[in-house]
Every structure is written in C-alpha cells, then in structure tokens.
Design a binder for this molecule. Structure first.
Ligand SMILES: Nc1ncnc2c1ncn2[C@@H]1O[C@H](COP(=O)(O)OP(=O)(O)OP(=O)(O)O)[C@@H](O)[C@H]1O
Ligand SMILES: [Mg+2]
Ligand SMILES: [Mg+2]
Length: 531
C-alpha cells in the first residue's frame, strides 16, 4: 500500500457533471438509433511541442545524454533520443521543464480553463517494458487546470473540459512475431503530454469528431502541439455510453488507441450499436476497456473493470508542487495569438462566406507547429497579408479557388506554396486593374508554381506575353477580322440585328488570343468591324 489511504478519491466519473449536461441537452433523438441517446466523453493525450522532454531537461552531464534530452520526432531511429533519466538509470532525478508548463498554460488559457495556483505530480504504477521506471508521472489528484470548454462551431454545441493534466509519455514496444521478440524504443519515453479530459458532453459520433478537430485547431493555433493523430502526437481514449430517452446515463466503455478522427467516429458508431444490441436483448453493458479493429470496424474487449489494474497512485516524492502565480498567467494571456473562434468571427465580419472561412481555416489548422511552440505562418496569416488594402472577397477567391486548387492538383500542401504574399497581391492587382485577364492570371499562377519563380508577376507576365491586349492593338484587330471571316453566318446574323451572336465570336477571339485579350475590348472591336 503506497499512501493509498491518505489521498482523496476522485468523484465517481460522470455523476454530478453528466446530470447537468443531461438536463441541458436532453433527448437528442438520432434517426440511426430511435429512442436511444448516445453520450461520449473523450480523454485526449496531446504531445507537447517542446524542444526537450518533460523532466529530463537538465541531464547534460555525460556525452551520450547531451543530444538525448531533445524531444524525439516520430521518424527518428529507435533509442537515439534517450537520456539517463528517460531510461530510469538509478540516481537520476526529474526536473520540470518550464517550457512544457508554459505550453500547458497556453492551452489551458485558450480553453478558458482555470489554471491552478498549486498542482502536484503523482506516480501511476504499472509494469510494462516500455516504462523503465515502473511508474509514469502524472497529475492524478491535483491537475494544473480544471474547467473551461470548447465550442463546436459546425455542430452548435459546447463541450466542457473537466481537467487538464501534465504527464509523461511512455516508450514504444513492438512485437516481432517471427522472431518472438519485443523491441523497445525509448525515444518517446518522458516526452511531455497534456491529458485533456472532457465532460461527457458529446451526443453523437459526429460531435466527437468535431470536438477532436476543434481541439486540434486550437492546439495548433497556440503552438502547444502538432495534434497529429496519424503520427501519434494526439491520441484519444473515447468513453461511450447509451441510455433510453428520459433515463440516466448508461455505463461507459472506454475505447483505446484510435489513430484517426475517421476511425474514432466509426469506433463510436459500432460501440453504440453493440451496447444498444446488448440492452435490447435484455443484457447489461459492463464497464470495460476496449480496443478497435479497423478491418472489421468493431470494438473488442481488452479488459473488464474487475481486471482494471491497481495503479497504486502516490505523490511523487522527488517533485515539489507546481506553483503558478497570477502574473505568469496574465503574461501568457497577454501574448496569446488569435484563437480559431475569433479568427472565424473576424473573417466573416470582413465579408468572407462561411465556406471560404472554413476552407482557409481547415488549411490553416494543418500548419506545422515549430519546436517550443513557435507559431508557423498558416493560410489565414497569408490571406491577411495579401488582403492588406485589397478586396478581401477577391483575394480569398484567388487563394481558395486558384492557389489552393492548383496546389491540390499538384498534390502539394500549403506549406509548400512558393508564391509569396507580395507576388500573390501583385498578381491580383494586375487583374483588378485590367492589365491582365483572369485567364492569363491563372496561366501566370501555374507558371509561377511550375518554375517557383520569385520574380515580379508584372515582369513575368510581360515576358510571357500575358498582359492584356486592348484596343489600338494590331493583333486584336487581326484576331477579330479572322473571326469574322471564319464565322460568316454569325456575321450575317449580327448585321440582321441578332446582337447575341457576337458572344460566340468573342469566344473565338479569346481562344485565338490564348486568353490574353480583354473581353470587353474584343466585343467593342468586333462590333466596330461588323458595323
Ligand atoms: N456515462 C458516461 N458516458 C460516456 N462518457 C463518460 C460517462 N461518464 C464519464 N464519461 C467520460 O469518461 C472520461 C473519464 O476519464 P477520466 O480520466 O476522468 O477517468 P478514467 O477513464 O477512469 O481514468 P484513466 O485516466 O485512468 O483512463 C471522461 O472523459 C468523462 O467525460
Ligand atoms: Mg484519463
Ligand atoms: Mg480513461
């Protein structure tokens, strides 16, 4: 017994808070399961994007530990980022990395959570080869932040946050069935994690998906985590229960190890059906921890509540309490970047459509977060820069339709975009001023993407003969004369008073000019020649 009796027990999960949520948003009828309500609560583990790990930052004493204090990238060779502390060498001691605390506080402030003046670290014991110390340091009893929440924009719901705690990540073990051996990689061991625990406030697989996406966008916007599920920097444990209309919440099952938002939603759907089938056939749902089989799209039993390990939580004797003062929180609050909600409101205020806002923000949320929470420039910052002194709707059109369209066609991401905001702005100006047609603008854009040229768009347009051909220009007159000669029937119809045929002739001239001719100038010239 390691200090079990002295530490306070948590509230039974879901008792007080879930009732509240239940009265607030009762009876969410869903055509997929009439008469039933679904309740979801999510524990998100987000890797903190700090240069160094949570507690191993000071071990610079022996040659092989100098590099090993750095946080590992998922792509590095195994066991190349391991300090003596991460490998639990006897005599090593933890020292809290202040950067991890800063990024944690940034996240808490962004979620409107209350940062606790005093929090503490506990040991959670279990025995597994990828956990060399035999325990993980976490904040089980006194998390550093509680409360707060996240608005789901597209689902019109609010998900409350129960608590946010700092903890260590574990190493990774992989089993090699042919050789019958397990490989241990300690690169990830000791990396800082934030566990963000939601209240059971989601009512469908879609709301759960929306919550994780909104959280990813928020983490990236404050620079605290990559939030990448596929690469494992964001992992979700999803708690699911079902109950009949008007009844209290059902027993939850927790599904572990989901590695994409899509699979998470499939896992919830299949778990809901499993629980409803059990209840409808007169059986009951047992509290279990379950896994998810992607190929079969079903959850399976990992362990029942009776088999739940006894973690023998105890306060970590090597770490003092974490004290965070008000001035520190204020300092972080003052330096907060714009959060997704505020960005969305601002973009819509300047007249962007909901769709364009979504496109910009979806691309933006995929931005890379630099080490130690440095913020990369995303699609919104690019838009802001190009839109300086220009019509925002015209600018967003060029960015979302033409630029992003071309990048997608080339299978490139926004971070690979070679066109600077200045270039994009000048290109738009050329078109707006009538110096280049829209068609030529698109050609120029493609050319710039092909050649990755850093030249000025006006110069490039001139070199490529893409500047608009207007009146008094001999080639314009020649194209028009040619078109009239090639389309005698239309010319005749025009002379008989059918003005509409001229559009067809304009089309022909535009084609002949490869889009460089100015459509209005062509029309005027045709009319002049035909009369
Ligand atoms: N009836 C319920 N249905 C669905 N989800 C629930 C229900 N009751 C609680 N939850 C959710 O289950 C999660 C419980 O997470 P928490 O970290 O508090 O405890 P735990 O899962 O018991 O512990 P551990 O961190 O060891 O997994 C929360 O996200 C909460 O919202
Ligand atoms: Mg938990
Ligand atoms: Mg859990």
């Amino acid at each position: 017994m390691l200090g079990h009796a002295r530490v306070p027990w948590k509230l039974a999960p879901g008792v007080r808070c879930s009732r509240l949520a239940h009265t607030l948003r009762a009876n969410h009828e869903d055509a997929r399961w009439p008469g039933w309500n679904v309740v979801v609560g999510i524990e998100v583990h987000a890797q903190i994007k700090s240069r160094t790990k949570l507690f191993s930052s000071q071990y610079l004493c022996t040659p092989w530990t100098i590099v090993s204090t750095w946080t590992s990238d998922y792509s590095l060779p195994p066991n190349t980022r391991v300090s003596a502390y991460d490998a639990a060498f006897p005599g090593t001691l933890p020292r809290l990395n202040p950067k991890c605390v800063e990024l944690g506080v940034r996240t808490a402030v962004a979620l409107n959570a209350q940062v606790q003046r005093r929090s503490a670290f506990d040991r959670k014991h279990y025995f597994y080869a990828d956990l060399p110390a035999g325990y993980q340091i976490t904040q089980h009893y006194a998390p550093f932040a509680t409360g707060g929440g996240l608005k789901l924009d597209r689902k019109d719901a609010f998900v409350r946050i129960k608590q946010i705690q700092l903890e260590q990540d574990t190493g990774k073990s992989t089993f090699e069935p042919r050789q019958h051996v397990s490989f241990i990689d300690l690169n990830r061991a000791g990396t800082g994690l934030m566990e963000i625990v939601s209240e059971p406030d989601m009512r469908s697989p879609e709301e759960a998906g929306e919550y994780v996406r909104a959280l990813q966008a928020l983490l990236r916007s404050v620079g605290s985590s990559d939030g990448n599920m596929e690469q494992g920097s964001l992992r979700c444990d999803v708690n699911v229960s079902v109950h009949r209309n008007g009844s209290p919440f059902g027993t939850r099952c927790e599904i572990k190890n989901l590695n994409s938002v899509k699979f998470m939603m499939v896992a919830i759907t299949s778990e809901v059906r499993r629980q409803i089938d059990l209840l409808e056939s007169g059986q009951s749902v047992a509290q279990e921890t379950r896994g998810f089989n992607e190929d079969r799209a079903e959850t399976y039993l990992l362990r029942s509540k009776e088999d739940a390990p006894d973690y023998r939580y105890m306060p970590d004797p090597n770490l003092p309490p974490l004290l965070i003062d008000e001035a520190y929180i204020t300092q972080i609050r003052d330096k907060m970047p714009e959060l997704p909600d505020a960005t969305r409101a601002r973009l819509q205020d300047i007249g962007l459509s909901r769709r364009d806002t979504d496109v910009l923000m979806d691309v933006d949320s995929g931005r890379e977060v630099g080490l130690d929470g440095e913020l990369g420039k995303g699609a919104v910052a690019y838009f802001d820069q190009v839109a300086q002194g220009r019509d925002p709707k015209v600018v967003v059109n060029w960015i979302t339709h033409e630029l992003l369209g071309q990048l997608a066609y080339r299978k490139e991401t926004f971070s690979e975009n070679p066109i600077s905001a200045e270039q994009m702005g000048e290109l738009i100006d050329l078109i707006q001023a009538g110096k280049m047609t829209g068609t030529s603008g698109k050609t120029l854009l493609r050319h710039m993407l092909d050649t990755r040229s850093s030249g000025e768009p006006s110069k490039l347009a001139e070199q490529l003969s893409l500047l608009a051909v207007r009146e008094d220009n001999t080639s314009l007159e020649k194209w028009c004369t040619d078109a009239i000669a090639a389309m005698p029937q239309e010319a005749e119809a025009f002379r008989k008073g059918n003005m509409n045929v001229v559009n067809r002739m304009v089309g022909r001239v535009m084609k002949a000019s490869r889009g460089t001719a100015d459509a209005r100038a062509v029309r005027d010239m045709l009319v002049k020649l035909l009369q």
